[in-house]
Design a protein around this ligand. Structure first.
Ligand SMILES: *[C@@H]1O[C@H](CO)[C@@H](O)[C@H](O)[C@H]1NC(C)=O
Ligand SMILES: *[C@@H]1O[C@H](CO)[C@@H](O)[C@H](O)[C@H]1NC(C)=O
Ligand SMILES: *[C@@H]1O[C@H](CO)[C@@H](O)[C@H](O)[C@H]1NC(C)=O
Ligand SMILES: *[C@@H]1O[C@H](CO)[C@@H](O)[C@H](O)[C@H]1NC(C)=O
Length: 247
């Protein structure tokens, strides 16, 4: 579904194994992605997704992030603002006292709990969020696992269309007054006009394509970035991809 980067065989010398006393060389499939780097040197960095959004009765957003481990304030992964309502749909994170990043969704202005988490280890993590109006259900997945879910969101209306989707900044007004920046790297952002199921999220986490039609598929040509935001090439380990060893 357009989310796959270039594939690379990554080779490394394995540590000594307790059962097999000889060294052996292992190979694993890593995938190269074009990513965006949001440097801590500037609070201005953002990227705008150039897509025209319809009204959405359901939505899923998946993204890979590499958090800057030295930043512990509220960080906005993405914010979607509509002309008539600013805090329409948003994903943010913050470090807790135990050194985890806790994630929270904002849907129709309602701030859901900070609960789904991953270790603040500087590694890449795969995050998916879903919302379905008909049931009011939402979910947050991290590295393929559903870490938090709930219902009781406002089901009286769809997510408004014609909004502005910004990576790396909260929008305090429609398309402006950026606050609560994200620092680190972001890649593989994809948006669907449906609520993905766990099996879809598993596949995406493992860098496998899914057949569901995307509203936005990661492509730097469809992003306008602040000059401080730089394109970087990154190699990501895809869990579940073939690993083999030569003795
Ligand atoms: C956004 O996309 C539209 C339609 O594909 C295109 O005409 C326009 O030039 C793009 N704008 C930017 C800033 O890339
Ligand atoms: C945007 O920020 C400026 C400066 O802080 C403030 O004066 C203005 O009221 C803000 N606008 C909105 C719409 O929040
Ligand atoms: C982002 O990626 C670049 C290029 O791979 C790397 O040098 C940098 O350390 C990463 N930044 C963070 C905060 O992880
Ligand atoms: C999602 O978008 C596709 C393509 O525009 C459309 O065919 C489909 O009906 C949409 N699904 C929903 C749930 O709106």
């Amino acid at each position: 579904a357009g989310s796959l980067g270039q594939t690379h065989w990554d080779c490394w010398l394995s540590p000594m194994n307790s059962l097999i006393t000889d060294h052996f060389v292992c190979f694993r499939l890593d995938v190269q992605f074009s990513a965006l780097n949001f440097p801590k040197e500037s609070r201005e960095g953002f990227a705008r997704v150039n897509v025209s959004f319809p009204t959405l009765s359901s939505v899923s957003v998946c993204v890979r992030v590499q958090w800057n481990p030295e930043w512990n304030e509220v960080s906005t992964i993405f914010s979607y603002a509509a002309p008539v309502f600013t805090n329409e749909f948003q994903l943010r994170g913050q470090v807790d006292v135990q050194g985890r990043i806790l994630l929270a969704l904002i849907i129709h202005g309602k701030h859901l709990p900070y609960k789904a988490s991953f270790h603040n280890d500087g590694a890449w993590h795969h995050i998916c969020v879903t919302w379905l109006r008909s049931s009011g259900h939402w979910a947050i997945y991290v590295d393929g696992d559903r870490k938090d879910m709930g219902s009781g969101t406002d089901s009286s209306r769809n997510i408004y269309g014609d909004g502005i989707f910004i990576l790396g900044q909260d929008q305090d007004s429609f398309g402006g007054n950026f606050t609560e920046p994200f620092f680190g790297n972001i890649t593989d952002l994809n948006v669907w006009n449906m609520s993905l199921e766990t099996r879809h999220v598993h596949a995406l986490n493992a860098c496998s394509p899914i057949t569901q039609e995307v509203l936005f598929s990661w492509n730097l040509a469809d992003l306008s970035s602040h000059p401080m935001v730089k394109e970087v090439q990154v190699l990501l380990f895809c869990p579940g991809k073939i690993t083999f060893c030569i003795f």
